[in-house]
Design a protein around this ligand. Structure first.
Ligand SMILES: [Zn+2]
Length: 666
């Protein structure tokens, strides 16, 4: 008789080993952190004695679940912003909040919260990628969980690094400090091809190889990213990433939604592990990864929840079930991705994908004792059929809920017994998380208060005002101005010809803010487009003064290149109304009397001018026609008031003023 510490006995033991050995009344013997024996309960009882014998009858005993891709600290951002497109969600909400709040203590608390949730749902190991990964590793280790922690490296400043050199240094320090830890495998996490550079990927691959640690990266998550990659580099994403040496390392590729057959072969050939994230991919409408094909080819595919801000939980049971259902739906084949395979993906498959299958992923002698005990006696799991032992897998994948998880052990240490967490204080974690949520609420409420703060927080605009004074005059004939420009008193410094497509977002805030998104085409002499500029301008309240036949506008502005799409800004700012104004502009930088000015001669091409406006302008009005003219102007004003927002009316301002003068003269 061999002495061990713990024997789990009487449950259905699904070993998930190479033969998928299953013991209906089985047992697992554990000594220290290691599994000593697995087999039929009577054989284990005959071979081992233990101080602690845990009755698992009515339960399934399975390897601890492995979450192959997540961002654990993002539990604290769960439910912050949902039902948005990826770019608006990420650039508009998540990243600004991260810049403001993500610090080591935030990551530590978020990870502890994540660990509580993961342990409750039977997960013992997760692959993480975030900032301040040191704090993630520490929080996970204190919770007693196993984690592959990748320090994120990006080409732009992050909450924990001002530059990518600094990010790489952090990753190196982190790996040095944690390498060899019994629970934590340090790793490097170049975020994605589109957020890194070739040099950065090469450096990360070098680092991973130097220390023989995994490299965790997002690949081909969205169709847009894949298209843009192809347009920029002239080749698909996977071969390009391979070219940077990334797959020489123990690579973990999250998502892989948009891959072609050749790319899948490349991943297979280089032993790259894939993390499939069905909920996140569906929630962000990124598509369905070709996992059935990947599995057919023999790729190591695990299942991940992705970060809890895009899921919104860390429940691997939901994820397993969805992976199975989605594969069937996507291939119109109910036999695709059967239950046993789904459970394998969440256990041994995940371990292989994360390059840790030597030590975890299945219940086999010599492996680490990471074990989950699932109570199968719930009403939703009744009855149980004994005819075919394999029905256990279907029960686990299609009927079990995370709340059925009864006991969880990691590295031979109990993390949960009878649904009571042993390493974490749930109440304290909840209270602290609520405190952080209130602070984030306050931050977002403040930023939503004004269009300006909302603009500033997406980190695009220098917080500096420029002031502008404009005199607008409506010309029926540009010739007099042109001849003045040709004359000797005015020095023309820089003439240009442009076509401008402006979209104005209007807001009914106290500042009457409006944002202009301008597509500015610079034309050559033959009218061909030479260059296009995109600018975003916030204008505040306008001060107006009237002069004869003209109006003086002065306004303050915040101005910046528009680096994102019109659609992004529309969804982010959610204006109350939108107006399009297109014009052809002849622009002159001039010097007159020692001062520089800009003179713009604009011809409005959209909105189309109302017929009545054209009629007013097309005639030379004699004194006798004054009444008719006033009538037409009245008609125009009415039309403008009804149809056109104030902004477009400004384009007709001269007519309006004329009308008022006529009215006053009556
Ligand atoms: Zn992710």
């Amino acid at each position: 008789m061999t002495e061990v510490d713990t024997i789990l006995t009487g449950g259905s033991v699904a070993t998930m080993n190479g033969d998928f050995a299953l013991f209906t009344s089985g047992a697992v013997a554990i000594r220290d952190s290691i599994i000593e024996g697995v087999g039929p309960a009577d054989q284990i009882a005959a071979a081992y004695t233990a101080d602690e014998v845990v009755d698992c009858s009515g339960c399934a005993v399975i390897p601890g679940l492995i979450n192959a891709h997540t961002h654990a600290p993002m539990t604290l951002l769960r439910g912050l912003a949902d039902d948005l497109r990826l770019d608006v969600w990420l650039m508009g909400y998540i990243m600004p909040v991260e810049r403001e709040f993500v610090r080591p203590d935030f990551c530590w608390l978020g990870t502890q919260l994540a660990c509580a949730e993961m342990i409750r749902s039977g997960t013992t190991c997760f692959a993480d990628m975030y900032y301040y990964e040191e704090a993630v590793a520490d929080a996970a280790a204190q919770a007693g969980m196993r984690a592959i922690c990748a320090e994120t490296v990006l080409k732009f400043p992050t909450p924990d690094a001002l530059s990518y050199d600094e990010g790489l240094e952090h990753a190196r320090d982190f790996i040095l400090r944690w390498k060899g830890h019994p629970l934590i495998t340090p790793a490097v996490g170049p975020h994605a091809p589109y957020t890194t550079t070739a040099e950065l990927l090469q450096a990360c691959a070098q680092l991973a190889l130097e220390f023989d640690v995994p490299l965790h990266i997002h690949i081909a998550e969205t169709a847009q990213e894949v298209e843009e990659h192809r347009a920029e580099y002239g080749m698909p994403m996977v071969p390009w990433v391979k070219k940077q040496g990334v797959f020489k390392a123990k690579a973990i590729a999250a998502h892989c939604v948009h891959l072609d057959e050749g790319e899948m072969h490349t991943l297979l050939h280089h032993g790259v592990g894939v993390a499939h994230n069905p909920t996140s991919n569906l929630k962000l409408a990124n598509g369905i990864a070709p996992v059935v094909r990947m599995l057919e080819l023999g790729l190591n595919v695990g299942i991940g929840t992705d970060g809890p801000a895009s899921n919104n939980d860390l429940d691997m049971w939901e994820e397993m079930r969805l992976a199975a259902l989605l594969a069937k739906g996507a291939t119109s084949d109910p036999t695709a991705l059967p239950a046993r395979q789904a459970l394998a993906m969440a256990t041994i498959g995940g371990a292989r994908a994360l390059h840790v299958d030597e030590s975890v992923g299945s219940l086999e002698p010599g492996k680490r004792a990471d074990v989950t005990v699932v109570d199968l006696c719930g009403i939703h799991n009744t009855p149980t059929f004994l005819r075919d032992r394999e029905t256990l897998y279907a029960q686990l994948v299609y009927a079990v809920k995370s709340s059925d998880v009864r006991d969880v052990m990691c590295q031979g240490r109990w993390l949960m017994r009878e649904r009571r967490l042993l390493t974490l204080d749930e109440q304290a974690l909840k209270a602290e998380a609520a405190g952080i949520a209130r602070k984030i609420d306050t931050f977002l409420i403040q930023r939503e208060e004004s269009v300006l703060s909302k603009l500033l927080v997406i980190g695009q605009v220098a917080q500096e005002k420029t002031f502008e004074v404009q005199v607008k005059v409506l010309l029926t004939d540009a010739a007099p101005v042109e001849s003045l420009l040709d004359g000797p008193e005015i020095l023309v410094l820089k003439p240009s010809l442009r076509r401008q497509y402006d979209t104005y977002f209007l807001f009914d805030d106290p500042y009457h803010s409006r944002i202009r998104y301008r597509e500015d085409e610079l034309l050559d002499e033959d009218g061909r487009v030479q260059d296009v500029f995109y600018r975003l301008t916030l204008t505040g309240e306008t001060k107006e003064r009237e002069y004869v036949r003209s109006v003086l506008l002065s306004r303050s502005r915040f101005d910046a290149p528009a680096t994102r799409s019109l659609r992004f800004y529309r969804e982010y700012f959610q204006p109350v109304a939108e107006v399009e104004v297109h014009k052809e502009r002849r622009r002159y930088h001039v010097r007159y009397g020692g001062t520089d000015f800009a003179v713009n001669l604009d011809r409005l091409t959209k909105p189309e001018l109302p017929v009545v406006f054209l009629e007013i302008k097309s005639r030379t009005w004699s004194r006798q026609d004054a009444e008719r003219k006033a009538e037409l102007i009245g008609e125009l004003l009415e039309l403008l008031q009804v149809q056109e927002p104030e902004l477009v009316r400004r384009e007709y301002v001269e007519v309006a003023m004329e009308a008022e003068r006529l009215g006053a003269g009556k």
